[in-house]
Design a protein around this ligand. Structure first.
Ligand code: IMP
Length: 432
C-alpha cells in the first residue's frame, strides 16, 4: 500500500528497466511520468530480451497495469508500433495499458525540427535522439502543442495541425513538402486512432483513485537526473524533469502521496550524446567498460561514453531527488579491474569544488579528483547474499554510500532477476 518513485541518478541508462521490472512483482500499477520514446528500457523476461521505449516495463509482468502519464510526450506511431510488438510477443495490453489524455503528442514535424536544429548547431549540437522530444516539449510550453485529448477529435486536430504547420513552415520547407507532410499525418492518424483511442484516460482521476484504494504504485522516470532540464548538465539535457519532483506533475498527484524514492545508480558512469563528462575515460579501461557493460544506446545504438564513478553528480542526485536508498547496477562489470577510482570532487582553475556546479562554463572545465580503491578478482555474477561479495566489492559499495550519503538497498550484477542482491527487503515488499 505505497507509492514509490524510481529515478536515474546519472545520465540515464542506469538500469531502471531491470530494477522496475524486479519491483513490479509486488506493484499493481507501473507509471511513466516524463520523457518519450527517446528512452530505452532493456529487460530480460522469460529468457527473451525486450527493449521498450514508451510503455513501462511492468507490462511484461502478467496482470500488472501501466499508465503513460501526462508528463510524457507520445509519438502515436511509436506507441502503435510498441503495442504491436508487445502483442506479437503474446503480451496483452487490453485493460492493462492507459495513456493520459493530457499527454502532448509528437508529430513528424517535431522530428524534422529536432534533426534540423541538431544539424544547424554543428559542433555545438546536443546529440539528441532525434525523436522530436525537445520540439514537442517546446510546443507544450509555448502553448501550441496538441494533446491526446485533441488528437481524438478530427476537427480540433486538423485545426491545431494547420496552425502548427503554418507557424513552422519557414523551417519545415527546408526539409520536406508541407502538403505531403499534412497528408502523411492525417492518413497515419486514421490508422493510429482505433488502436489508441480506447487507451486514453484522465490519468489524474485514475491514479488518485488507485492510490486511495491502497494499491502499490511505481512511478518511473525515463533518463536520469543529469539530463533533467532544470537540474542536469544544461544545455546538454533532455526537455523534461526526470527528477522525483517531476513525478507529481507528470501524473497528477500531490507530493504527500509519494512514500519513497529509489535512485538507480550504475557502478561506474556512462552518457550518450554530447556534453561535459569529467570522469570520461578515453583509454583501454573506458573501452573495457563499454564492451563488458554492453554500453550501446538502446534507442539509437550509439556507443555510450564510459568513465569512473562520480560521487559529485550522484550526491547532487541524492540531494535534488531526496534519496535515501539506491539500487546499484552492473557491479559485475568492475570484476577484475584493479585499482578502481572514484571521483570525490573536481579541480577547477586550481580550486577544489566538491559539488556539481550549475555553471556550464565551470562544469566543462572541471577535472576529476580521484581516490583509489583496490579492486577484486572474483566473479560477482550469481552472488545473492551481500556477505558473500568479495571484501573489496563491499568496500567499494560502502565508500560510495558514505560519499553520497545514501544506502545501497539493491545490488544488481546481471540482467536477469536472479542476478540481484536484495539488501532492503522492505523495498521489494512495498513495506514503507
Ligand atoms: P533528447 O531527449 O532526444 O532531446 O536528447 C537529449 C539528450 O538526452 C541527449 O544527450 C540524449 O542522448 C539524452 N537521452 C535521451 N534519452 C536518453 C536515455 O533514455 N538514456 C540516455 N540518454 C538519453
Amino acid at each position: 500500500m505505497a507509492t514509490l518513485v524510481v529515478v536515474g541518478t546519472q545520465w540515464g541508462d542506469e538500469g531502471k528497466g531491470k530494477v522496475v521490472h524486479l519491483l513490479s512483482e509486488k506493484a499493481d500499477y507501473i507509471i511513466r511520468y516524463q520523457g518519450g520514446n527517446n528512452a530505452g528500457h532493456t529487460v530480460v523476461f522469460n529468457g527473451q530480451e525486450f527493449i521498450l521505449h514508451l510503455v513501462p516495463a511492468g507490462i511484461l509482468e502478467p496482470g500488472k497495469k501501466c499508465i503513460i502519464g501526462s508528463g510524457v510526450v507520445v509519438d502515436p506511431q511509436a506507441l502503435v508500433e510498441e503495442i504491436r510488438f508487445l502483442e506479437r510477443k503474446g503480451i496483452k495490453i487490453e485493460d492493462r495499458l492507459f495513456v493520459s489524455d493530457a499527454c502532448h503528442i509528437i508529430l513528424p514535424y517535431h522530428r524534422w525540427m529536432d534533426q534540423l536544429r541538431e544539424i544547424q548547431q554543428g559542433k555545438k549540437r546536443i546529440g539528441t535522439t532525434r525523436k522530436g522530444i525537445g520540439p514537442a516539449y517546446a510546443d507544450k510550453v509555448a502553448r501550441v502543442g496538441i494533446r491526446m485529448a485533441d488528437f481524438l477529435s478530427l476537427r480540433l486536430f486538423k485545426e491545431l495541425l494547420e496552425r502548427n504547420l503554418k507557424e513552422k513552415a519557414p523551417l519545415l520547407r527546408k526539409a520536406c513538402k508541407l502538403s505531403e507532410l499534412r497528408r502523411e499525418i492525417l492518413e497515419k492518424r486514421k490508422k493510429q486512432l482505433p488502436i489508441i483511442k480506447d487507451l486514453v484516460v484522465d490519468s489524474a482521476i485514475m491514479i488518485n483513485r488507485i492510490i486511495s484504494q491502497g494499491r502499490n504504485v511505481i512511478l518511473e522516470s525515463a533518463q536520469g537526473t543529469l539530463l533533467d532540464v532544470d537540474y542536469g548538465s544544461y544545455p546538454y539535457v533532455t526537455s523534461s524533469n526526470p527528477v522525483a519532483g517531476g513525478a507529481c506533475v507528470g501524473i497528477g498527484i500531490g507530493p504527500t502521496q509519494v512514500d519513497r524514492v529509489l535512485g538507480i545508480v550504475k557502478a561506474y558512469t556512462t552518457r550518450v550524446g554530447e556534453g561535459p563528462f569529467p570522469t570520461e575515460l578515453s583509454n583501454s579501461i573506458g573501452k573495457l567498460l563499454q564492451e563488458k557493460g554492453k554500453e550501446f544506446g538502446a534507442t539509437t545504438g550509439r556507443p555510450r561514453r564510459c568513465g569512473w564513478f562520480d560521487t559529485s553528480i550522484v550526491r547532487h542526485a541524492v540531494r535534488v531527488n531526496g534519496l535515501r536508498s539506491l539500487a546499484l547496477t552492473k557491479l559485475d562489470v568492475l570484476d577484475g579491474i584493479d585499482p578502481l577510482k572514484i571521483c570525490v570532487a573536481y579541480r577547477y582553475r586550481g580550486k577544489l569544488i566538491r559539488e556539481f556546479p550549475t555553471g556550464r562554463e565551470i562544469f566543462k572545465d572541471c577535472k576529476p579528483v580521484y581516490i583509489e580503491l583496490k579492486g577484486w578478482k572474483e566473479k560477482t555474477k550469481g552472488i545473492q547474499k551481500f556477505n558473500l561479495l568479495p571484501r573489496n566489492a563491499k568496500r567499494y559499495l560502502s565508500k560510495i554510500e558514505s560519499l553520497v550519503q545514501a544506502k545501497v538497498s539493491i545490488v544488481s550484477m546481471g540482467r536477469s532477476r536472479e542476478e540481484t542482491i536484495i539488501i532492503d527487503r522492505d523495498l521489494i515488499d512495498f513495506n514503507f
